[in-house]
Design a protein around this ligand. Structure first.
Ligand code: SF4
Length: 232
C-alpha cells in the first residue's frame, strides 16, 4: 500500500471509490481485498458505510479519516455521522482527502478537520516514456485543474506525475498549510517527472509552505546507477 502519512493512523468508517486510479489497485484496493472474508464490498472497493466503526476512533493525535476511498462517493448521511463523531474528538485532528473538492461544499466541517486535495500534476497530457499519455488514462477523477480551484488546508502531490512549473502558481494561490509530495511506491510505470525537476519543485514550494516528503527517488525511466532515495 501507499506509505501512509508519518505519525498518522487511519480510520475507515467509509470505504470505496469509483475513480479507478491505476495506482490504487496495487495499493489501497489490494489492502481492501484482504478483507474479503469479512466484507465483500471492501473486497470490491464499492462505496459503502461501516457504522460499526464509528466508535472505534484510533488512539492517535492525527487521524486520516476514510483513507480507503473517496468521500465524493459517500452518501451525505454517512458523512454527517462521521463528522458528528469527529466533532466529539476535539483533541484529535482528522485529515479528510478527496480528488473532488466540490464535495467539501456539502458539509459543515468541525474545526478539527483538515481538508486535503490530491493534485498529482497540473498537466492533462504527458510526454514521458510511460505508456500513459493522458491523465484520463490514469484516473476518472476530475482533472487536476478543476481541483485546484477549491479551498483546502493541504495538498497531496502523490504519486507525483510530470508537471510544469505553472503548478507552483496554482499552489501559491491555494496557500496550503503543508504539501505532501512523493513518487509512486508500486511500480506502476506512471509518467513520472525526473528527480531533478521534482527537487526543483520542492525548493519552490518551500518558499511559501511546509513540504512533507514521502518517497523521493529518480523516475522509473531515468538512467540512474546511484538510486537516490530521500526519506523524510
Ligand atoms: S481517488 Fe483515491 S481511493 Fe479513489 S481510486 Fe483513486 S487512489 Fe483509489
Amino acid at each position: 500500500m501507499n506509505r501512509m502519512y508519518e505519525g498518522v493512523k487511519t480510520w475507515n468508517p467509509y470505504v470505496g471509490c469509483k475513480f479507478d486510479c491505476v495506482y490504487c489497485k496495487p495499493s489501497f484496493q489490494r489492502q481492501a481485498k484482504r478483507r474479503k472474508k469479512w466484507c465483500e464490498l471492501c473486497y470490491r472497493y464499492k462505496p459503502h458505510f461501516h457504522p460499526e466503526r464509528l466508535n472505534r476512533v484510533p488512539n492517535a493525535k492525527v487521524i486520516f479519516a476514510c483513507a480507503y476511498g473517496d468521500i465524493a462517493y459517500a452518501k451525505v448521511e454517512w458523512v454527517e455521522q462521521i463528522l458528528d463523531v469527529i466533532e466529539q474528538h476535539e483533541n484529535k485532528t482528522f485529515y479528510i482527502q478527496t480528488k473532488n473538492p466540490s464535495v467539501f461544499e456539502l458539509y459543515y466541517f468541525p474545526s478539527n478537520v483538515m481538508l486535503g486535495v490530491t493534485i498529482e500534476t497540473n498537466l492533462t497530457e504527458f510526454n514521458t516514456p510511460s505508456k500513459f499519455k493522458s491523465y484520463a488514462e490514469i484516473s476518472k477523477a476530475p482533472e487536476p485543474w478543476v481541483r485546484a480551484l477549491k479551498y483546502m488546508n493541504y495538498v497531496t502531490i502523490e504519486p507525483i506525475l510530470d508537471f510544469d512549473f505553472e503548478i507552483v502558481r496554482w499552489l501559491r494561490r491555494i496557500k496550503p498549510e503543508f504539501v505532501y509530495i512523493g513518487y509512486d511506491n508500486h511500480n506502476c510505470k506512471l509518467p513520472e517527472p525526473p528527480l531533478e525537476k521534482t527537487l526543483a519543485l520542492i525548493e519552490e514550494l518551500k518558499k511559501f509552505t511546509e513540504v512533507r516528503l514521502k518517497t523521493i527517488r529518480p523516475a522509473w525511466w531515468e538512467d540512474s546507477p546511484n538510486k537516490l532515495r530521500v526519506r523524510p
